[in-house]
Ligand binder design. Structure first.
Ligand code: SAM
Ligand code: SF4
Ligand code: SF4
Length: 483
């Protein structure tokens, strides 16, 4: 029998734990001890069970090979049942079973949106497990690279000041960073901008990143999509393209991007990617201009079986100029948007109906990290500066023109400082009754604070959290009364 990891899965070993994820089904698993050793033997190359057992046996002392093979077969059968691995008698049989992402295979999100694995293997979510693990042993798993700060749009809300949209990454720097990422065992590589497709070597970069076996995400407005890019995206083991679409009304979308004709270019490019079975996610930040339009975007996305996400808290620019916040929704407008979400978004309704607020609110989260910045993720811009999170570009942690990524990750004092921030470092949040409903975020605090202090809570979040709580509880109470 031959075994191989599936086309859309990725495997990483972090110290003593193994991690496998499927970018097609959004499932993932963490295994430890012998499971991590069994996982580490698998690859994209088909291997017989004898070859795999031989590789694994070399890592144990005095092991009974028959008993080991039995355990290995059982372990791979479990991974196959969960959709990560395939087995077959021949390579052709493996190819036939290894179905790639296709829009014709997925049900519309409005009908089914449940990505829980068919068999539940653990009570703790993978993310919770990894957060806990990385808190003690930080490991760089995700890097976002801004290939260029240049952009062909001038979005009214953009966190990058328009006058700073000037620089392309140099080839030598990009290829050197990829090499370093491989050595560090990076999993997720996001290529963003500015507009990444403006970089004249975008296709070469994509191809190289694929050779390193990273799970690649591209963030783009897609207005520059052409046949060569589509061809490369299709050939690439791409996890997702995230595209920004602000309205289904051309004049509203174009008023946000400030570029006439941009709506049709973006919409047509989305349809082209769907035709080519390239996995997509639509991002629709909501602001004054499109406050009544995002439901149309979500419905259009659902009809085309594409995930769509919205965001009603626009952040300030990274140079702390806050003019872009003139477009941010007022609290009354946020309330309308929240009501629309709670009545239309299947994901959100599902998570609300499942949530047990009483148990969650009594949990002591004081030692939890706020998010993964500097614990598992980091970003870099075209000039080599490294910073914690998209949008926090004035918080420079080091520069790759002078130091290696590993040196910055392990030695930068600012990285250490941010890595050690815990929820308890926000004392006013400890007793807050709205904290379960709060999307407080350090970059958003920092950009809106004149001194750039990530710990100075922006009260806009508190007001939004209180609203969010009221609307969620009202919805849940109504549903439970009607049961
Ligand atoms: C900075 S853009 C880069 C990729 C590409 N140019 C695009 O627009 O999709 C990435 C995402 O950030 C969002 N974004 C930009 N400025 C923002 C802000 N101030 N607050 C929240 N999201 C913002 C954009 O709408 C887009 O969805
Ligand atoms: S949001 Fe994206 S497309 Fe719009 S100006 Fe910013 S970088 Fe350009
Ligand atoms: S609502 Fe304000 S005080 Fe409460 S958790 Fe959020 S940021 Fe902290």
């Amino acid at each position: 029998m031959l075994y191989r990891q599936k086309f859309d899965t990725f495997i990483r070993i972090y110290d003593d734990i193994g991690y496998i994820c499927s970018k097609k089904d959004y499932g993932d698993r963490v295994v430890d001890q012998s499971g991590a050793v069994f996982l580490s033997a698998l690859s994209r190359r088909a291997q017989s069970i004898e070859e795999l057992t031989g590789t694994i046996a070399a890592k144990f002392v005095n092991v009974d090979k028959d008993a080991l093979q039995h355990d290995v077969v059982e372990f791979y059968a479990m991974l196959e049942e969960d959709g990560f691995v395939i087995s077959g008698e021949t390579e052709a049989a493996l190819d036939a079973k290894d179905k790639r992402f296709s829009y014709s295979d997925i049900e519309p999100k409005t009908i089914k949106k449940d990505f829980t694995p068919p068999v539940k293997r653990s009570d703790v979510s993978t993310q919770t497990y990894l957060d806990e693990h990385f808190k003690g042993k930080p490991h760089l798993t995700s890097l976002q690279i801004e290939l260029t700060s240049r952009c062909n749009e001038r979005c009214v809300h953009c966190y990058i000041p328009h006058e700073n949209k000037l620089t392309d990454i140099e080839d030598a720097l990009f290829y050197d960073v990829l090499e370093q990422c491989k050595a560090l065992g990076l999993l997720n590589l996001t290529l963003s901008g500015g507009e990444p497709m403006l970089h004249r070597h975008f296709i070469d970069y994509l191809r190289k990143a694929q050779e390193y076996d990273f799970s690649i995400n591209v963030l783009s407005n897609l207005t520059l999509l052409n046949d060569d890019i589509v061809k490369e995206l299709k050939a690439n083991r791409l996890s997702s393209v995230q595209v920004s679409l602000y309205s289904m009304k051309p004049e509203v979308h174009d008023a946000i991007t400030m570029v006439k004709g941009s709506f049709y270019k973006t919409r047509d490019a989305i349809l082209k990617l769907i035709d080519n079975d390239i996995p997509l996610q639509i991002s629709c930040p909501t602001m004054k201009q499109n406050k009544t339009d995002f439901v149309d975007v979500i419905n259009w996305a659902n009809e085309h079986k594409v995930r769509a996400i919205t965001d009603y808290i626009i952040m300030a620019r990274y140079d702390h100029s806050t003019e872009n916040l003139d477009n941010r929704l007022s609290l009354n407008e946020v309330e309308d948007v929240m009501n629309d979400i709670v009545n239309n978004d299947e994901d959100y309704k599902h998570s609300l109906s499942e949530a047990d607020f009483t148990t969650l609110s009594t949990r002591d989260d004081s030692e939890d990290i706020v998010c993964g910045i500097c614990v598992s993720s980091i970003c870099m811009v075209a000039n080599g500066a490294v910073y914690p999170c998209p949008g926090w570009q004035d918080c420079i942690l080091g520069t790759l023109k002078e130091q290696s990524l590993q040196q910055i990750w392990e030695k930068s004092p600012k990285v250490q400082q941010l890595r050690n921030i815990r929820k308890k470092d926000f004392p006013q949040c400890r007793q807050c009754e709205d904290r379960l409903f709060c999307a407080m975020c350090m970059v958003r605090n920092a950009n809106e604070n004149a001194e750039g202090d990530p710990l100075k809570i922006n009260t806009h979040f508190c007001k939004v959290a209180a609203l969010n709580k009221r609307i969620a509880i009202e919805w849940k109470t109504k549903i439970e009364q009607n049961k």
